[in-house]
Write a protein that binds this ligand. Structure first.
Ligand code: MN
Length: 716
């Protein structure tokens, strides 16, 4: 084509050294329109300039590598954006070119693809444990938002494997191992057979060079001697299909080396058992022809029992579809036959990639995410004839995982539920790490503990010996392990506070009758514990503190002075710091300075009420549950308190009142409109105040306002 020649003539160095680009353009022009070819050659010029002066370990100019990667994808007929991204995939990492530049010149989507590939390059695989490989694969899949990123990455790895010879042996082996552990399984997972087989054979070649050579030679030899038989069987199959009027192609099939090696290793069989099997593939126009061909084949040769598999009705987990059967061929030689449609054959070769095959008249504006979902739903349709649901589920889980994968500082991979924070990570490492964590680093910089984690990050937790979990963490910790541990700690905290309170209550009650804990004596105390069925004195204190046992009765029990009335009870002093075991009535909102009473509630400790509280009469029936309490001086915290105002119905009144309250140093927690009449509104405020003085000051200032008719503290 003249056009191609024109483009090629213009390229820098085109005549001297071509970098493989003319072959690429020839492949592309078979399916891409001219304007897209122009973009791709522009990408070549851009890339060649950016990589100028760099060379591969093989000695070739660096640009030959991205062009080879693009070539691989072009042979899979991928779209222009994927090809462009393949040509540019190393520019951002290895040259001075920036993502912005790429975005400007080649569009945002290409830039996103290049960025995705660079990000995958940054995560490092460090260990070879199998479970770790599995997590690493999942992490890579979880990191990509556009499946084309992984296609470029797989093609990149393929070319690196093809040019591995230039590297030292230990490096070769490490990369080969990684390819077999990570990349080939990903290609398999996505159903891209053509990449999977090449990656496996190259991985095998560099990891076990000797075994590879022996096997290769043996296979070559047997294939030479098989030629005649293959030809004969192919002809027989062709004739039989012709007689029945079924169209289809019959091809002799070569197995790839790694699958033969694996079969020998796992099934412990001899080379001859594996290679002396003849493989055929028959490709038909439609599904019904496939089953027809199956019938023809089974009529021609006797099928081996138990070897027939219907992967058309029940596709493999990666979407692979085909009929498999094994026959007794001429002279009893086993024949393995695969039967499938052309569509199934293409899907078997390209898997997920087949969705990005360039289609000339189809302008899709769907996002990559949506396109992948479409691919998945296609698979869903393919296998509606009652196949295991795990199929679709597992592909979905890999591409749209509900997990994030992060690294520990040692390079271990930790899967966590999506939305997990550094605290969840800390508890996932160990409960002790969670309990003592004080700070966290993500990719070596300090972050707040509530920071959400993303794929591929490295997390480090900083702990301190004396540190304790913070109840606040419950607002952002998401994993069950973290939440349970934090709650357990709260319970322990509550228990220690209850013990403290119970001890004070009992001591108080003892003082009321002229005694004290010390004066009771160990012997009597132990006796009492036994009678209560308790083993430790802290158990008794805790029960009293939680209101499950009454202090005055216990005091009398300890002294043996049952039932004597008349002592004037002294008061217990509360400081407001006993948050776990003392709470404040939501009916009357007591604040320091108020006259108050404490009411023992089983399981909740003491609830403080104002003496005027309307609910008090209900409680009066159980006088033994009342304790006299007093406020400590100089309490250092704010208390909730409720006030009610009647205001004129003027615009902005609420804001005015709120402003005055704010000016008095109080926070409004809640506002409620209790009633609205023609010219007057009743508003209720829930405020934070220090004490009665503070409240009085607020009320005085609000009362002064000209739109306020009335203010009071007493609520329903
Ligand atoms: Mn590369």
């Amino acid at each position: 084509m003249d056009y191609t020649a024109a483009i090629l003539a213009k390229l820098p160095g085109a005549n001297k050294r071509d970098h493989g680009v003319s072959r690429l353009v020839k492949t592309l022009e078979s399916y891409l329109p001219e304007d897209q070819l122009k973009t791709i050659t522009a990408a070549y010029e851009f890339g060649a300039k950016a990589h100028a002066g760099q060379s591969r370990k093989t000695g070739e100019a660096y640009i030959t590598h991205p062009i080879a990667v693009a070539q691989e994808l072009a042979e899979m007929r991928l779209d222009a954006q994927a090809i462009t991204a393949a040509i540019l995939h190393d520019t951002v990492e290895d040259t001075t070119a920036s993502l912005n530049e790429i975005s400007e010149k080649f569009g945002n989507e290409v830039a996103l693809l290049v960025d995705g590939v660079s990000k995958l390059d940054q995560i490092q695989f460090r260990s070879h444990i199998e479970a770790q490989s599995e997590s690493f694969r999942k992490m890579m899949l979880a990191m990509i938002e556009d499946i084309r990123v992984i296609l470029v990455k797989l093609a990149d790895r393929l070319h690196n494997m093809q040019t591995l010879d230039a590297l030292p042996t230990d490096k070769k082996k490490r990369i080969a191992r990684e390819t077999l552990d990570i990349y080939a399984p990903i290609a398999n997972r996505l159903g891209i057979n053509r990449l999977k087989e090449q990656l496996e054979d190259l991985g095998f070649k560099h990891l076990h060079p000797f075994r590879y050579r022996v096997l290769k030679a043996a296979l070559k030899k047997s294939q030479g001697s098989q030629k005649q038989i293959v030809k004969k069987i192919t002809a027989e199959l062709d004739i039989a299909m012709n007689d029945e009027g079924v169209e289809g192609d019959v091809v002799g099939r070569q197995k790839h080396l790694y699958s033969i090696y694996n079969k020998m290793a796992t099934k412990k069989c001899l080379l001859s058992d594996v290679v002396d099997v003849y493989g055929f593939r028959i490709i038909c126009n439609d599904v019904s022809s496939c089953y027809q061909v199956l019938g023809i084949v089974h009529g021609l040769y006797k099928p081996m029992p138990g070897r027939f598999k219907d992967h058309i009705a029940i596709p493999r987990i990666n979407g692979y579809q085909s009929l498999h059967t094994t026959l007794f061929g001429p002279k009893g030689l086993p024949l393995e036959v695969q039967i499938r449609t052309y569509d199934m054959d293409r899907l078997a070769e390209s898997g997920v990639a087949s969705h990005w095959l360039y289609k000339a008249d189809e302008k899709s504006d769907a996002s990559p995410q949506r396109q992948t979902r479409e691919w998945l739903s296609n698979l869903d349709e393919l296998q509606q004839s009652g196949t295991p649901e795990e199929f679709l589920e597992s592909v979905k889980v890999d591409l749209f995982p509900d997990k994030v994968y992060v690294f520990t500082p040692d390079g271990d991979i930790m899967p966590l539920p999506k939305g997990s924070t550094t605290v969840d990570f800390a508890y996932a490492v160990h409960t002790d790490v969670g309990d003592h964590c004080v700070a966290a680093k993500v990719n070596r910089s300090l972050v707040p503990l509530r920071t959400e984690l993303y794929n591929g990050q490295t997390i480090e937790i900083i702990t301190t010996r004396g540190a304790k979990p913070n109840p606040n963490w419950l607002t952002f910790a998401t994993t069950a392990k973290a939440r349970t541990a934090i709650r357990q700690h709260m319970k322990n905290l509550r228990s220690s506070e209850s013990i403290d309170l119970g001890k004070r209550l009992l001591d108080q009650s003892l003082k009321d009758i002229g005694l004290s804990l010390r004066k009771v004596g160990k012997v009597r105390f132990t006796e009492a514990l036994e009678e209560f069925g308790l083993s430790k004195n802290t158990d008794l204190f805790e029960q009293i503190g939680l209101g499950e046992r009454l202090a005055p009765l216990t005091a009398r029990f300890l002294t043996g002075t049952n039932g004597e009335d008349g002592e004037k009870a002294a008061s217990m002093v509360i400081s407001g710091a006993e948050r776990m075991v003392i709470s404040y009535g939501k009916c009357c909102y007591p604040i320091p300075g108020d006259d108050v009473m404490g009411y023992l509630t089983a399981g909740r400790g003491i609830v403080i009420h104002r003496n005027q509280c309307g609910n008090l009469s209900n409680f009066r029936k159980q006088p033994e549950k009342w304790i006299s309490v007093n406020w400590e001086k100089d309490i250092q915290r704010d208390f909730l308190c409720q006030i009610q105002t009647d205001t004129k119905n003027k615009p902005g009144v609420l804001a005015e009142v709120a402003a005055i309250i704010g000016d008095c140093g109080s926070n409004i927690e809640q506002v409620e409109v209790l009633g609205r009449h023609e010219d007057c509104s009743v508003l209720s405020f829930l405020l934070m105040v220090e004490d009665r003085l503070h409240l009085a000051n607020i009320m005085r200032n609000v009362r002064k306002m000209k739109n306020v008719i009335r203010i009071s503290r007493d609520c329903a």
